[in-house]
Design a protein. Structure first.
Length: 334
């Protein structure tokens, strides 16, 4: 009888454990999904051409995540329309964590200027992790024969409407930076948008445009090689990698300050457990010695943060950029 009783108790415990497991899976179906992620290659979409600052960041992150996630992480460049094309592709992708976007605060300017575009830069993305922040740098063609912002402004006043500045797209931070300078210094410069920072920089190097606002990440080596002349950075502080380059405010353009940040975003409705899986892995990659060294050398500042911090940045910057866009009367060049 004792043996039968033990068998009965063991059977009850077995059935109880089985039922508990089934109930757990029914109540928390996402647990299996999170454990299985990723199930295939992950794609990071870069909305600008290869070779620019955003692209370089994405490729370092992709390499690090490939090792940490155990699946290939690849970068796809979809340039054009100031980043709209690539961002639109990412927004329409399946919300399963296998397609990500390396976005930036430039997306918010696009949303302000193009509120009727096919996607909403705020609502159609789920924040995953902050990556970095930093200023743009105003560079000039050596053929222009200038070395300072004051010399640029003097030349612009002598030749109103004849000097052009390059940006990495209409409605981007580069475009906003140029219009801010025009408004603050009361000069007439012509805007020439390109499909990204790399082609904008090439245009300055080749003398097709007089000056350009580009990411310091892209410009540093060309500055050191003498292919472009660094006039000023747009942020509130000098860059450790370019300590001799003054800020715009130090160059006599009072009140001038503009920085942008980058972040990994996912399509809206991406499961929270997938984002929770991704965030610490991305943070680990950007805190690695390799990525830290890259950012230090290239002129950016690492900023780690979770989805909540990205959301706070988005809300704060959307309000401040809206005021700035209105103040300088920024218009999209169609």
């Amino acid at each position: 009888m004792a043996v039968r009783e033990d068998e009965r108790l063991a059977s009850c415990r077995s059935r109880s454990g089985f039922i508990s497991s089934v109930l757990l899976l029914l109540l928390c179906p996402a647990l299996g999904h999170a454990f299985d992620y990723p199930t295939k290659a992950v794609t990071i979409i870069v909305p600008f051409p290869a070779g620019g600052a955003t692209d370089q960041q994405a490729r370092l992150i992709a390499n690090g995540l490939t090792e940490r996630l155990g699946k290939p992480v690849i970068v796809e460049n979809h340039a054009g329309a100031g980043g709209q094309i690539g961002a639109g592709i990412a927004a329409r992708s399946a919300a399963d964590g296998h397609t990500l976007l390396l976005g930036s605060s430039t997306m918010l300017i696009e949303q302000i200027l193009r509120p009727n575009q096919a996607f909403d830069a705020v609502r159609d993305f789920a924040p995953v992790a902050l990556i970095a922040e930093g200023p743009l740098i105003l560079v000039a063609s050596p053929s222009l024969g200038i070395k300072t912002v004051s010399e640029l402004l003097a030349l612009a006043r002598q030749r109103p409407g004849q000097l052009a500045y390059a940006s990495f797209g209409s409605g981007t931070h580069g475009h906003l930076a140029g219009e801010m300078l025009k408004a603050a210094a009361h000069v007439d410069l012509v805007h020439v948008p390109y499909k990204g920072g790399a082609p904008a920089l090439v245009a300055v190097i080749g003398g097709q445009v007089a000056v350009g606002f580009v990411a310091a990440l892209s410009a540093r080596e060309n500055i050191r090689a003498g292919k472009v002349v660094a006039l000023a950075v747009t942020g509130s502080r000098r860059l450790p990698s370019l300590p001799d380059v003054p800020t715009m405010a130090e160059s006599g353009v009072s009140g001038y300050e503009l920085e942008l940040w980058s972040a990994i975003l996912a399509p809206a409705k991406t499961p929270p457990e997938v984002i929770a899986r991704l965030n610490p892995e991305i943070v680990a990659v950007i805190r690695s010695a390799n990525f830290t060294r890259f950012m230090s050398e290239q002129g950016g500042f690492i900023v780690t943060g979770g989805p909540d911090e990205v959301s706070r940045r988005v809300q704060s910057d959307f309000a401040s950029l809206s005021r700035l866009v209105k103040a300088v009367n920024l218009k999209v060049d169609e």
